[in-house]
Design a protein. Structure first.
Lengths: 306, 353
């Protein structure tokens, strides 16, 4: 039982950065923009957050700084693809490489600096409920925030009017444009939201998950977040489940190894991507399913003149 | 007056002489990571600084060079720039180094951890397993749960050798101890390395060892209140309480020796695999939390390894099935050690294929 609780606690920390980044990317993709720069935005959030907590000692400022770093990185992407009509795929890839390099440069003075990690925030009374209390109500602020954001994004996409407009832009930018919506402005905001969430996800890595700075510490989590959005077929609830599933696979395989169950670790490392490919095959074999969820204009550039 | 002029001329002449001497030998270094990685590349750079300080020669380095095509370009550039001796410090530089060496027969090359040599290519590496023997002794003595947790990267002989050396030493001082190994399939992913440490602690390990590059497992150990060891450099800053000691790679003596040989003209191609004896592998200061008698024992073992009375892989050594592989009174040969791909008795689990 103790081991189970311990495993669940570890799964939560492994899932949280994925959840942040994937929720952000979901909104970006819902507006019809494919931003492959998640990894780059995350790592910028990680270094700026760590730098801030080191300079100011304030966790709140650090989280805000992570968010801001993500937003600024996303701004570069937004300007390139929306204003200058650069192709989204290579621009996103470039953003990832750019982010990895720039963060390494900024972080030179932070190598070897230790930080004890952001504190746990136990909710009084209910956190002392046996088992559940520890899992649900004794986490750090970012874990609560990530769960809160699942509800916010769910409500926004499915029940709010701006969410409806966002989906309209993502499904047919020409129709949305004809109805008088500013496609560029809406997409820009969606990209910035994606950047903010990726930034916080990166900040979670350097502030809570493994509180230190080292080059390239995101180690591919941005790509998993991207895969996660497709795996979830652009549904918010499934993004949440997927993040915990992908996080869970990694942690459970580590536990399996320690117990002595011999599953090759390489197989486990590729499982998230394998699952994503399977989902892609499934949804492409059933056209109606894609129509329901996938933004029809995903990755297509928009020119007002046309 | 004449005297004064003469002395000025002599002084000027000596200046030119040293000037020529320092212009004569140029040394190049290629690193796989940033010099601030606080691990592998950081230690190689310390070696470079020692060369500059002790021999007063000019050195150049290129950091964060990816293994592969880029490495060849960088190594060729260093050779073309007139470096006399070039150190390439990662396993993946093996083929590029040898390729460039053929084109520059007058330049001397030193490749770390590889096995391909040539007329002007030497190889060198550290016997890090000697350090693991000491860590194993400390771990065997200090564990209360009789479980050592080991965060491992890839199942290559270098890593397997470390695991085996640890458990052999640990079981000598504590026959009940076992070792649990978790493979993370990466040299470097702080999040995953930390998660592996958490999983091991949750499964009862109260000593964490690692053969991956980030200090994340140490941080986890510090938080969970168990012991741990640093990797490649002193990592006490990340875990002031948990950090018991660390195996440190010290390349400085070797680098100074080899550059000196290149200057003297006595350099020749050879293979070097050194440990405590030459100081290529050293231990970080032992924590005060290690009991006095254990500290003494470890110091004693270090001395015995240096004078050759103790070897990390001294018979009898049994494999996991309990069959004797190395007989009593024998030690494993360097060739067998270099290709080690099996676990000794006391390791839980199997090596991933």
């Amino acid at each position: 039982m103790d081991i189970l609780i311990a495993a669940i606690l570890t799964i939560i920390t492994a899932a949280t950065p994925l959840l942040f980044a994937a929720l952000g990317e979901l909104i970006t993709e819902k507006s019809g923009v494919l931003n492959l720069g998640v990894e780059g935005m995350m790592i910028m959030g990680a270094i700026i957050g760590f730098l801030t907590v080191n300079q100011t000692g304030s966790v709140t400022l650090a989280i805000l700084a992570s968010m801001l770093a993500g937003i600024l990185t996303a701004t570069v992407f937004g300007i390139l693809v929306l204003v200058f009509h650069a192709s989204q795929v290579p621009t996103g890839l470039a953003l990832t490489i750019f982010g990895l390099g720039l963060s390494a440069l900024i972080g030179q003075s932070m190598i070897g600096v230790a930080y004890e990690g952001i504190p746990k925030l136990a909710i009084p009374v209910i956190s002392s409920i046996p088992i559940l209390g520890d899992i649900l109500f004794n986490q750090d602020i970012l874990v609560y925030l990530s769960i809160f954001m699942v509800f916010v994004v769910y409500w926004f996409v499915n029940s709010s009017r701006p969410g409806l407009i966002l989906r309209a832009v993502g499904d047919s930018h020409d129709a949305a444009h004809a109805m008088g919506y500013s496609v560029i402005k809406i997409r820009f905001l969606a990209i910035l939201f994606g950047g903010a969430m990726a930034g916080i996800g990166g900040g979670y890595l350097s502030l809570a998950y493994s509180p230190l700075w080292v080059e390239g510490m995101t180690a591919g989590r941005g790509w998993i977040a991207l895969a996660l959005v497709v795996f979830a077929s652009w549904k918010v609830g499934r993004v949440f489940m997927g993040a915990y599933l992908f996080g869970g696979i990694t942690i459970l395989q580590l536990h399996a190894q320690a117990i002595g169950i011999g599953i090759p670790p390489q197989v486990m490392s590729m499982l998230p991507y394998l699952a994503t490919i399977i989902v892609l095959v499934l949804i492409s074999s059933d056209r109606t399913k894609i129509k329901l969820n996938a933004p029809a204009s995903l990755g297509k550039p928009f020119h007002e003149s046309r | 007056m004449i005297k004064k002029t003469l002395s000025i001329i002599a002084f000027a002449a000596s200046l030119t002489a040293t000037g020529i001497a320092s212009a004569e030998t140029k040394v190049g270094f290629v690193y796989v990571g940033p010099i601030g990685d606080h691990g592998w590349s950081y230690q190689h750079n310390q070696g470079r600084l020692a060369v500059e300080k002790e021999l007063g020669v000019k050195t150049t380095y290129v950091e964060s060079v990816k293994e592969g095509a880029d490495a060849e370009r960088v190594i060729r550039k260093l050779a073309a720039d007139g470096n006399d001796i070039i150190f390439t410090t990662s396993f993946g530089y093996m083929n590029p180094t040898n390729k460039v060496a053929k084109k520059f027969p007058n330049v001397k090359f030193e490749h770390a951890t590889g096995y391909k040599r040539g007329k002007n290519v030497s190889t060198y590496s550290g016997r890090f397993y000697e350090g693991r023997t000491l860590l194993g002794t400390i771990a065997g003595k200090m564990t209360k749960t009789n479980t050592i947790g080991y965060v491992a990267s890839f199942p290559i002989p270098e890593v397997i050798r470390g695991i085996n050396a640890t458990i052999i030493a640990a079981r000598k001082v504590n026959p009940d101890v076992k070792i649990k190994v978790v493979w993370v399939s990466t040299w470097f992913d702080p999040g995953k390395e930390g998660d592996a440490a958490k999983a091991l602690i949750d499964q009862g390990a109260d000593i964490i060892m690692q053969h991956t590059d980030s200090p994340a497992p140490l941080q986890v150990a510090e938080k969970r209140g168990v012991w741990a060891f640093g990797q490649a450099s002193d990592m006490k800053a990340f875990a002031p309480k948990a950090h018991l000691t660390a195996i440190i790679d010290d390349w400085a003596p070797y680098y100074v020796e080899r550059v000196k040989a290149a200057m003297d003209g006595t350099w020749e191609s050879k293979d070097t695999w050194d440990g405590f004896k030459t100081g290529m592998v050293v231990m970080a200061p032992l924590s005060e939390d290690i009991p006095e008698d254990v500290r003494k024992m470890v110091k004693e073992q270090e001395k015995m390894i240096i004078d050759g009375t103790l070897h990390s892989f001294q018979g009898p050594i049994k494999n996991q099935k309990g069959e004797i592989v190395v007989k009593e009174g024998e030690t494993m040969s360097d060739k067998d050690l270099a290709g080690m791909n099996w676990y000794v008795e006391g390791v839980d689990g199997t090596i991933p294929k």
